[in-house]
Structures are given as C-alpha cells and as structure tokens.
Design a protein around this ligand. Structure first.
Ligand SMILES: [Zn+2]
Ligand SMILES: [Zn+2]
Length: 207
C-alpha cells in the first residue's frame, strides 16, 4: 500500500539521518559558509518583500508568548549578568564618539523644538544669541528635576506642555537676575519700567 511505502521511506530517511548526523550537519555548515553572501542577500530580499506579513506574524507570536518571553529574558539576564555588563561597557567604549554625537544631535533637536514653541529670544531683554538662552520654569522646577542629568526630561515636559504661562525663554543674565532680584523680576524690568523715580529722591540700584 502507498501509505506503508511512504512510512518505510520516512523510516529509512530517519535512520540515514541518525547514522550520518554529524556529516550532514558539517556539510550544511560548509554550504552555508560558502554561500553566505548569496544567502544573506536572499533573506534580505525575502524579508523586504514580506515585511508586513513577517512583522504581523512576529507580533502575534510575541503577544501569545509574552509571559514565556519575560521569564526567559529574566532568566537569561540573571545567568549572564556580568557578561552582559562587560559587553555593554565594551560596546559603549567602542562607540563613545558615535553616542556622544547622537546625544548632541538629540539635544539640539529637542532644544530647536523648544525655541520653535516658546520663541528663540530672551523674553526679557530680547537677545537672540542661541548660546545665551535657557528655559525658565515659571512655577519652579519640581523635586527631581534639578541638575543637568534631568535637563532633558524638563525640556521634554516643556515641549509636551506647550504652555507659555509655565515656561519662558530667558537669557542666562535675565534668568539669574530674576532669580536673585525682586521675587523673580529681572533688574531690566525695573530699569525699563515707566515708573519714574520721584524728584529729589535717588534710587540706587543694588546692581
Ligand atoms: Zn535677557
Ligand atoms: Zn532681563
């Protein structure tokens, strides 16, 4: 019968594979090594042509195996903790320049966005010199927002807020002047105020 014949054939193949496993694997490996470029090009092309299908499939697979992935990831991390740390450090060292440039580009893009939203000049004295400008949080920075490390987070918040009552662009002079003078009002404002000192009385600035 056809079924029996098929079954026998399968058995024969299985036995052949078991007996020659090492040799078959070695041959495959040699073949892959010799045709690496072609194979890479082929799978790249295949991937490009089936991108959406493949991504949908991967997503579904990830979604249905989420817990498994998590557990496995944690186990792997715990087992290879030191190795991973060393590798990360090595990678960071080797790519330090790139990473610095990337960070600088990020910072510039975010700062550009802030100036686009809040205006590219000091809202007190009007200076437009980019490197003099800073953002002032009118209601004060919250706990944990101080320090250079958190500057990026503050910028992102300011971009999300788009609230000119909460954030203003100031130059460093006006920012500092305001911080140390007259409850947040820059000395410029006092000097430029329309209120004239009454006659005979000298107003001496503390600055
Ligand atoms: Zn200013
Ligand atoms: Zn000012």
């Amino acid at each position: 019968m056809a079924m029996d014949h098929k079954g026998q054939e399968q058995e024969r193949r299985k036995r052949y594979y078991a007996a020659n496993r090492e040799r078959i694997i070695a041959r495959q490996r040699r073949y892959y090594a010799a045709h690496r470029k072609e194979r890479n090009a082929y799978s790249k092309k295949y991937h490009q042509a089936h991108r959406e299908e493949l991504e949908a499939y991967n997503k579904e697979y990830r979604d249905t195996h989420r817990e498994e992935f998590k557990t496995r990831g944690r186990e792997y991390y715990l087992a290879h903790h030191e190795e991973l740390k060393t590798r990360q450090r090595k990678y960071n060292r080797a790519h330090a320049d790139e990473q610095r440039e990337w960070k600088a580009r990020q910072r510039k893009a975010v700062w550009d966005e802030i100036l686009r939203i809040y205006g590219a000049s000091c809202s007190c004295c009007g200076t437009q010199t980019r490197y003099f400008l800073t953002i002032h949080h009118v209601h004060g920075r919250e706990e944990g927002e101080r320090g250079r490390a958190n500057q990026f987070a503050v910028w992102k918040k300011a971009i999300a807020a788009k609230d000119p009552r909460a954030y203003r662009i100031l130059c460093f002079n006006c920012h500092l002047g305001g911080m140390h003078h007259n409850n947040g009002i820059c000395p410029h404002t006092k000097r430029n105020s329309s209120k004239k000192p009454s006659a005979g009385k000298t107003v001496r600035s503390r600055y």
